[in-house]
Each structure stands twice: as C-alpha cells, then as structure tokens.
Design a protein around this ligand. Structure first.
Ligand code: HT7
Ligand code: ZN
Length: 873
C-alpha cells in the first residue's frame, strides 16, 4: 500500500449535482441502482477525458451514459474502481451493482447487525455501496428509495425527509427519502429493520417543531429516556452557546449492536453503537450515562461542524472532529461540573494523546500523509485537535471567539473547507495574527515547559523563567517554537489570590488568573508588587496541551491542593504528589510515605464543604499506564507493586475517614443522574476500593453487601470489580450470579467480560483465553472483542506485559485472526504494542518479535500494515 499526501490534493475533475439511489435490500444479495448527474468542474484542470469512480467489492451489472449502455471496451473495472475512457462534460451516469451485506464483517459499507441492515460510510465506505466520487469535497443532493420485505424490514430509513411510501404486490414495500442539503457521500446512511421508536419533539429558537425519534430493537424501548433527554439538552445548548439551530424537520437516531466506533453523524440519521444510546439505572453505570450524554451531543453538534460545513479532504479531519470534541466538552462542562470535566479530558489526553505524540505513530493534528485513513481517527486528531480550538478560544476571549465561529458558519455554510479556513475566521473576527499558532496544526509532539521561579524579597519581585522544548517526531527532526497560552495565578500565604502584575505596567490588574503568551523558546516574566513569596498556580485549567516541569516543592503542592481557586489545579497538584511518591516507591519499596502527604488527604476527606466529585478525583491515584509514560524505562512490576503498596497504606491509614465517607454517601431513593449524585457515588466507591484493597474486613463485608443489595449498575459494578480482583469463592459466586441475572443483555455482558479481563490476578491471561471460548463471546461483535481483548491489553498492564511475553503472543494471535474480517478493529487492537521501545530490553525483544510476526504473516490489511510498519520503523 502507498501513502497519500496532502501536497497532492487536487480539486475533483467532475462534480455530482444530484444522486438518485434505489436499494433492493436483502441480506444476501442487495441490488443498488444509481443515477448520477455529473458535470465537469470548472475549477479543476482538464485531464485526459476519462472519468474514474471509486468502487470496492461491487459486482457491476450495468453501466450507461445518458441512457446508452456502455460496451466492455468503453470502461474498465478493477479492485478499486470503474474507469470510463471517454465521457462528455455533462451527463447522466446509471449503474447497477450487487452487494452482499451478510458477508460484510468489516462493518464498513452496507452490513447486517443482528436482524437489521445498516450502513457505515465514513471515511470511505460509500464506495462499497455503488460507484462514486467518494471524496468529501464532492457534495450532492440525494434522493434514496429503499425496497425490502415488509415483514422483515418494516422500518426503512435514510437521510432527509420521507417523501413517498408504497406497498408492493410481492410482499415488499418501498420508502423514498429526499435530503435537501448537499452532502458528501460519507454522510449517506440507510437502515432497514424491525425497529421501534421512542418519539419526542423539540421546538427550535425560531419556533420550528422538530420530530425526534430514537429507533431500537423492541426489547430496548425502555432504555432510551436518557438518550432522548441528552439530545434535547444538546439541541438547546447549541442554540444558546453557538447560535446553531437544527435544519431538517426530523432527527433520527438508530442504535445498532455491531459498530466499529462510538457513533456516526449521518445527516438527519445518526447511527450509534448501542452502548452510547441504551441505559437504565440497573443496566448502565454513571460512566455509561455520561458517555451517552456526550456522544449524543457530539454527533448532534456535527450537524453544523462536519455536515453543513465539511472537510475538503481527510487531512482536514480535525476541522470537524477537533472542533466538535471542543463543542461536546464545553457542553458537558456547562451541564455538569466544569472542573471535573476538564480533569477527565486532561486525564484522557495525558494517558493516550501524550504517549501517541511521543511514539512512532506521532502525527500532526493535520497530518501530511497516510496509508489508511481509518488509522487517523486518533486521539491526536480528536483530543489534541480540541485543545487547539480551546487555545484559540483562550487567545481570542469569549466574545471574539463567538464572533469568529459565527463568521465561520456564515462564510463556509455548504462548503468543504480546511483548517486554514477555520483559523482565518479566527483571525478576521479578532484582528489577531495567528501565523505562528498554525504550527499546532503542522508540528507533532508535546512541548515541554520548564518553569523556574525566583523571589526577590528586597525588590518585591517574582521572576518566572519559562523555556519550551519539543522533541523530534518521525519525519520532523526540527521543531519551531509554538504560540502557547499560559494561564497563571499567584497565591498569598493565606491562600488569597494576588494580582499577576507584570513589570512595566503602571497599575496592578485585579487579583486572579492571567493569560501570558509564549512565542519564543525562552521568556522571563517579572512580576512585581509582591510583599511575600507567592505560590504560583501554573497552567490553570490546563490552558495548553503541554508537559510542565517546575520547581515547586511538595509543600507548595499541598498548599495548592488546599487553596487554589482553580479546581483543575487543585487536582493537578494532588496528582503530582501521588505521582512523585509512586515513582519513588517504584524505585525503592522502602521509600517513606510522608506523614504530611497522608495528613493532606485526610484534611481533604474531612472537609464537609468539599465537592464530592472533585474530591474523588483528587483521591484517585494516577493509573499504572499513565505512570509508565512518566518513566524512561517502564518498570511494569515495580509500578504495580508501588501502586498496591500506596493503595494499601491509604486504605489502612485513612480507614476511619474512608468508612465515614462510605456511610455518609449511602444511596437513598431512586437513582438520579446528576453531578452531585454521580460525585457521591464516585467518592463512596473510591472509599470502598481503598478499604477492600487494604483487605479491611469491614470493607470486604460492605463490598459483598453492596453487590447483593445495590439497585444501580454503578454500585453493582464497583463491588463486582473489587470482588473479582480479590478472587476466591466469593468472586466466582458473584460473577456467576451476575451472568445469570443479565443473560441476553449484551451490553451488560460486555461488563462481565471486561471486569474479568481487567482484574490484575496472576491467572488473568488464562482466564481471558478461556473466555474466548465462552458461548457469549463473539469475535464478530466489536464491543465484545473490546470488552475482553482491549480491556486486558490496555487496562491490565502488569498481566499484559508479563515477562514471558504470553500477553503479546495472545494479542497478536487475536489481531491476525481478526484482520481478514475487520481490519479497522484489528489495527486498533494493536496499539498497546506500538510503545514497545519504552520497555526493558527483554520485553522490547518479545514485543518486536510479535510485531515482526504480524509483518511477516502474508496478506495484511492496509490498516494493520500501516500500524505495524510504522511501529517497527
Ligand atoms: N465521524 C465518526 C467517525 C468514524 C466512524 C464512526 C463509526 C464507524 C466507523 C467510523 N469511521 C470514522 C464518528 C465521530 O467522530 O463522530
Ligand atoms: Zn466526531
């Protein structure tokens, strides 16, 4: 497979004005008729007079231009498309093809999920439905007719509005849909099935009534309330915060159980992994409820950021994904707790994006080349892309940023554009020059800020010396300085906010947070008017996606943890304290656990006014995977031992406080999904975890009781996780009971598989391998594969990285088995092996051997080939 380069982008030679599709749907043989109105693109240079359309895995039955069937001499078909040797400047092309949904295990194009048929076209799946110019800068209007058996497929859906329905004499029926908005082919969708809908409506700011429908299999009708509530909240929020109103008269969501990713924003017909739709308090955890709210919002927000304004080419993917993640993050922050949301987003960024940016798959937010676009739906494009939008919002300020997004929506509505067009709107609306800022789109790698401080008591000044440095990444040996917004505050001895007053300014600003801008490799900021040494609160709210190395003492961090007005930085101070101690314990098991460390957390636990959710975050230790990214050579076993040691110590030393918190947080009444209730449950279950992991008798009894008595899945899973970790008869009994109780509930069974895969018990791999043969396991269901295989290899670091390499062999075996069936899934599974250079020489050897085994194993998909070849390069 060959790479595709951004520099090679050329506008399409032909445009498609109108698309008429007719699908005669059947799982075994589906016939697709297409009628395309094509015309030469005046903006493109003329080629050799031929036209090439994309098409894969299609059986061509007929092709005609302006009503005349082509003879075989007039066209050529190969594995990737259809070439017509001579075509007019304007013409109608008709094709007829056959496809086989039931054989489609890649879940790209038209496929079967359970008893239903559905499509997934992003990024390049439309070419598996019919011959087409399957690229996002070809936007067309679609009319789609679906024909299928009336009994098997009573519901037939596509994009836009239904305009005709007919019952046919042969037991089939047909529905025609018309989508008035021009769209790229990747936003096309159809669904056919025996589905039921939960219905509601929404009145837009301008008074239009929109019909809302969530389609599910009949037995899931009682699990859609939360998704519908989330949708209506998101619709209102987008009007209020971004001035964006919904445009069609219907908005539909369909939940399917076989899905490669989270969800898909097809115009007017979002298709979702059912994991991000279905929830009842007894079947879904708080984390699931939260995920549903944000994914529903994310896909809905794409209607403007992605659909009305789309990407010119796939190198611009972050234009829609980075901006839409930013929008869904802001939505969740507004409807929940801003600090807690920021903490969880930064946790994700540090745990996944920072390692990606430091490894062999590092790429810019706007990549320069790719082999397989499906490999570029990455945390860099999504999460760092959102940070890049967030930094622009910070540099512009809220009013100017809103003016800039308004301008973007107005200027580019109906177009396929670039990240450059987005930045230009930011500049035009604010008058700011973002030339240097553009490097965030172009340069890969995480900058590291080194910040040194000096207090001069005589002069009353405090000097911050800041340097930025970014390590080389593949293909980018030299890095130029980034434009970095650095938000800081200063705290006085009583914890009060001090003014951040820069030398040379005539008067101090009001005490509080201030934005400094870094553009050079080194800066010195002299802050004046200080009568005492302040404690600095650096990078408040995580104002830029950077690593920080500072000279604060542990005492400074405990002070910040107690007093910083910035909730994010209170948490970050605590994280750094945990991290430093855990790394010290990893190096030396006898390293003392300081009294003041324990005391600081005891004070936090005893503070009656503390926000429960934030407190739970503060008390949560950084994960072993995250800590491994902080070591030059990962010490897998040392980290695991240190983690257990500190956990046990906290459980023992803070026993009374943890028990008090547990009892204070008892569930009363019905399940409520609110920031307060979620925070209370999080803190309670964290307290329980410390107690159980310290093998506290009372804690263990409480855990067993909670498993028996809890009515909500959050509490049940928290208890089951701890029991499974402990092992023994109680664990087996609980797992059996859980399995019996939830037989047939696929999403709940995913949890049953995952909880066993994550438990760091010595027999974890044996158990995981046995579970591959469990009757409920299916390699054809990505959720199930992820629940077992990905959970083990990503969340059970100590067992996956077992010194004998058995974890690596297991994973590669799974990848090789899956690759022919579902390349997207196989390539994603491989990710934990990509960081092989971070481990000790023997583990490196074992991992490299397994990666080489993949490379040497013959027919690989382009997806897996790209990941492995780059990992080994
Ligand atoms: N825009 C979507 C990305 C996507 C996808 C979704 C489902 C299956 C395969 C897919 N390939 C790419 C999801 C989103 O970011 O909203
Ligand atoms: Zn998205």
């Amino acid at each position: 497979p060959h790479p595709i380069y951004l520099k090679d982008y050329r506008p399409p030679e032909f445009l498609i004005e109108q698309v008429e599709l007719r699908f005669e749907l059947d799982p075994e043989h589906t016939r697709v008729e297409s009628r395309l109105a094509l015309r030469r693109n005046p903006a493109a240079t003329r080629g050799d007079g031929s036209l090439r359309l994309h098409g894969e895995q299609l059986t061509l039955m007929q092709v005609a231009i302006d009503g005349h069937a082509l003879t075989p001499a007039e066209y050529r078909v190969d594995a990737e498309g259809l070439t017509m040797h001579r075509v007019p400047d304007r013409f109608t092309l008709e094709t007829q093809v056959e496809i086989h949904p039931s054989l489609n295990t890649a879940l790209e194009g038209l496929y079967q999920s359970g008893d239903m048929l559905c499509t997934q076209c992003e990024a390049e799946g439309f070419r598996r439905l019919t011959y087409f110019l399957d690229r996002p800068d070809v936007m067309a209007r679609y009319t789609t007719t679906l024909v299928a058996d009336r009994t098997r497929f009573p519901v037939l859906l596509s994009n836009g509005n239904p305009v005709a329905r007919t019952d046919l004499e042969d037991g089939r029926h047909s529905v025609t849909w018309d989508d008035p908005f021009p769209k790229p082919s990747y936003l096309f969708a159809l669904v056919a099935g025996d589905l039921r809908a939960v219905e509601d409506s929404f009145v837009t700011a301008s008074g239009r009534e929109i019909q809302l429908q969530i389609f599910v299999e009949p037995h899931n009708l009682d699990k859609c309330d939360h998704a519908m509530r989330s949708l209506k909240k998101a619709m209102r929020w987008d009007e209020e915060r971004f001035g964006r109103e919904y445009d069609l008269d219907i908005f539909m969501i369909v939940a399917v159980s076989h899905f490669n990713m989270g969800a898909m924003e097809n115009k007017g017909l979002n298709i979702f992994n059912d994991k991000f739709v279905l929830a009842r308090p007894d079947t879904a955890t708080d984390v699931d409820f939260d995920g549903i709210e944000s994914v529903i919002a994310h896909e809905y927000f794409h209607n403007w950021t992605g659909n009305r304004i789309t990407c010119r080419d796939w190198f611009q993917l972050s234009l829609k994904e980075g901006f839409t993640v930013y929008r869904d993050q802001e939505f969740s922050a507004d409807v929940g707790s801003r600090a807690v949301k920021r903490i969880s987003d930064v946790r994700t960024l540090r745990a996944h994006q920072f390692p990606e940016d430091a490894g062999p798959l590092a790429h810019p937010v706007r990549p320069e080349s790719y082999i397989e676009i499906n490999n570029f739906y990455t945390t860099t494009v999504y999460d760092k892309g959102a940070e890049v939008v967030r930094m622009q919002a910070a540099l512009l300020g809220p009013e100017s940023f809103r003016r800039a997004t308004d301008r973007y929506f107005e200027r580019h509505d109906g177009q396929a554009v670039t990240t450059e067009d987005f930045v230009r709107c930011m500049e035009d609306a604010s008058g700011r020059d973002l030339t240097q800022f553009r490097r965030w789109y172009e340069q890969a790698g995480t900058p590291e800020l080194s910040i040194q401080s000096k207090y001069d008591a005589t002069a009353g000044t405090y000097t911050l010396s800041v340097r930025q440095e970014t390590a080389a990444t593949p293909g980018q040996p030299v890095k130029y300085p980034f434009h970095i917004p650095l938000t800081i505050g200063l705290l006085g001895a009583e914890g009060q906010a001090l003014p951040v007053w820069l030398a040379g300014e005539s008067a101090p600003p009001a005490p509080g947070t201030r934005l400094l801008e870094l553009t050079e490799r080194a800066h010195e900021f002299t802050l004046v008017g200080l009568t005492e040494r302040p404690v600095p609160s650096l990078l408040r709210g995580f104002s830029a996606p950077v690593r920080v190395r500072d000279d604060l003492s542990d005492a400074d961090r405990m002070f910040l943890m107690a007093h910083d007005s910035d909730g994010f930085n209170r948490w970050d101070a605590a994280q750094t304290l945990h991290e430093r101690l855990l790394l010290a314990l990893t190096d030396d098991a006898d390293h003392p656990i300081p009294e003041d460390y324990i005391a600081a957390f005891q004070r936090a636990l005893r503070d009656p006014s503390a926000d429960r959710a934030l407190l739970a975050e503060v008390l949560t230790l950084p994960s072993e995977t995250y800590l491994s990214d902080r070591m030059t050579v990962v010490d897998v076993d040392g980290l695991h031992r240190a983690h257990r040691q500190l956990t046990r110590c906290i459980g023992e030393r803070l026993r009374a406080d943890l028990l008090a918190v547990y009892h204070d947080s008892a569930e009363t009444g019905d399940y409520v999904f609110s920031p307060e209730a979620v925070g209370r449950r999080a803190l309670k279950n964290l307290a329980l975890a410390y107690l159980v992991r310290a093998e506290d008798g009372e804690g263990l009894a409480l855990c067993r009781a909670q498993f028996e008595a809890a009515h909500n899945m959050t509490d049940v899973m928290a208890a089951l996780r701890l029991l499974t970790e402990q092992g023994g008869a109680a664990a087996e009994a609980a797992l059996d009971a859980f399995h019996r109780r939830w037989a047939g509930e696929s999403l709940v069974l995913d949890k049953w598989f995952a909880v066993q895969a994550a438990a760091p018990r010595a027999d974890a791999l044996t158990r995981v391998m046995a579970l591959l043969h469990h009757p409920d396991y299916s390699a054809r269901n990505p959720n199930r594969v992820r629940s077992l295989v990905s959970t083990f290899s990503n969340l059970n670091q100590v067992r996956f990285h077992a010194a004998d390499g058995a974890g690596y062999r297991f994973l590669v075996g799974q990848v090789l088995e899956l690759d022919p069936a579902n390349p997207q899934l196989a390539a994603r599974l491989l990710k934990p092996l990509v960081r092989w250079r971070r481990f000790d020489p023997e583990r490196q050897r074992l991992m490299r051997t397994e990666l080489e085994r993949v490379l040497g194993s013959g027919e690989l998909s382009s997806d897996v080939f790209e990941v492995v070849s780059k990992a080994l390069a």
